[in-house]
Design a protein around this ligand. Structure first.
Ligand code: UD1
Ligand code: MG
Length: 369
């Protein structure tokens, strides 16, 4: 057992080293790629700065493509250094990479061609196919406590339907990150926070058990989360307020897909959804507009007043707007306060979930802190 653990540690450390390398490569390549996308007229205007000199600048778009490519290179090379023995591992790992790669392609296609958003909504279900076809793991989910009495089971075996669940999870994770956007740094900021929670959760779970198969599942998700985190942080350095590059849907769908894959193959997709609570809330607020019951404009952003430099909440159903309407106009820069508000909200929800579910929330609360 000691041997398994020390080899696992070695693999995780090598993965961390490769990720760090990926961070610097991404940092270096983004300005280069930014020149190329501008040459191809791929840019956006910073809507929340309209009417100011900064609002007239063409901000290069879709720099998520750099993150995606560097991530793939790191993840592919890493296979050479994974010392844990499991024949199934390589199959699932490569299926996961195929799904992520397919998603990057479709995200980039969307950025270049501007696919109508109803089509965009279902693209992740195609990208998830390689993983669904290769998946041979368990097909059970844990039933929330209040429902146990009705269903009569604590664990529900979904069988083939589990693959449908996986597909839907991928569609949700990708789109929910993409529509929780519109402030400089928000797309990556939420990814980095969620990825950090995933990493800590994995480390704690590995520490909590001695079952090697369990270790393997959580190590698996660490192997993909570390490069995601490292390459995202490099992009965040440029996307931070005031953004000098935009990430594009290439990035949002890539990040969402990677986290969905990590949750599925790490066997903690229910916990993953708890880490996605801000996105779940934003999605629920968005439902009337997404379903077409209320008119959905191309951009659902706050209103910017160039005179005061402040953002005011609009009637569009997003968390950002709800926050601004509750607490009054803020500057885009100071909206980092918004994150601490979210954290408080998520924490209360966690405590509530602890009462009603099987989920090991005391541990998750530590992760959140
Ligand atoms: C999603 C949201 C949309 C939001 C948009 C940008 C839904 C259904 N769609 O659309 O409401 O307006 O993301 O966040 O909720 N931009 C900024 N500042 C930023 C980030 C983006 O002004 O910090 C603008 C830029 O003009 C950029 C454009 O948004 O070029 C990118 O939009 P895109 O990612 O293509 O929008 P969607 O993902 O389709
Ligand atoms: Mg987007």
């Amino acid at each position: 057992h000691y041997k398994v653990d020390s080899e696992l540690k070695r693999s995780i450390l090598i993965n961390a080293g490769l990720s760090l390398f990926g961070f610097f490569v991404t940092l270096k390549m983004i300005p280069v790629a930014a020149r190329y996308v501008l040459r191809r007229n791929m840019f956006g205007f910073d809507i929340n700065k309209r009417g100011t000199p900064q609002g007239e600048i063409k901000v290069p778009e879709s720099l998520g493509i750099v993150v995606g490519i560097v991530f793939l290179i790191v993840a592919i090379i890493f296979q050479y250094f994974n010392f844990t023995e499991d024949s199934n591992w390589l199959v699932e790992y490569n299926a996961a990479l195929a799904s992520i790669c397919f998603m990057i392609l479709l995200g980039f296609v969307d950025d270049v061609l501007d696919v109508p958003w109803r089509v965009k909504l279902v693209l992740p279900s195609f990208a998830t196919l390689p993983l669904l076809m290769a998946y041979a793991g368990h097909t059970t989910i844990v039933v929330p406590k209040p429902l146990v009495a009705y269903i009569g089971l604590e664990v529900l075996d979904l069988g083939r339907i589990y693959k449908l669940y996986m597909g839907l999870l991928a569609v949700f994770c990708t789109n929910s990150i993409n529509i929780h956007a519109g402030l400089n740094g928000l797309e990556i900021g939420q990814t980095v926070v969620t990825a950090a929670a995933i990493l800590i959760h994995n480390v704690m779970q590995i520490g909590a058990t001695v079952d090697p198969e369990y270790h393997q599942a959580h190590a698996f998700s660490i192997f993909l989360t570390q490069p995601l985190m490292a390459t995202s942080l490099a992009l965040l350095a440029y996307n931070w307020y005031p953004s000098s590059v935009f990430v594009g849907d290439t990035y949002t769908v890539f990040a969402g897909m990677t986290m969905a894959v990590v949750g599925i193959l790490g066997h903690f997709s229910e916990t993953l959804l708890i880490f996605f609570l801000p996105q779940v809330l934003n999605f629920l607020l968005s439902l009337p507009q997404l379903a077409g019951i209320v008119k959905c404009p191309r951009h659902r952003l706050p209103r910017f007043d160039p005179a005061t430099g402040l953002l005011t909440g609009t009637k569009d159903g997003t968390l950002v707007n709800v926050y601004l309407r509750l607490f009054g106009p803020r500057s885009e820069k100071s909206l980092y306060l918004f994150q601490s508000f979210l954290l408080k909200l998520v924490k209360s929800l966690f405590q509530f979930l602890h009462k009603v579910s099987h989920t090991n929330t005391p541990d998750l609360l530590v992760v959140l802190e």
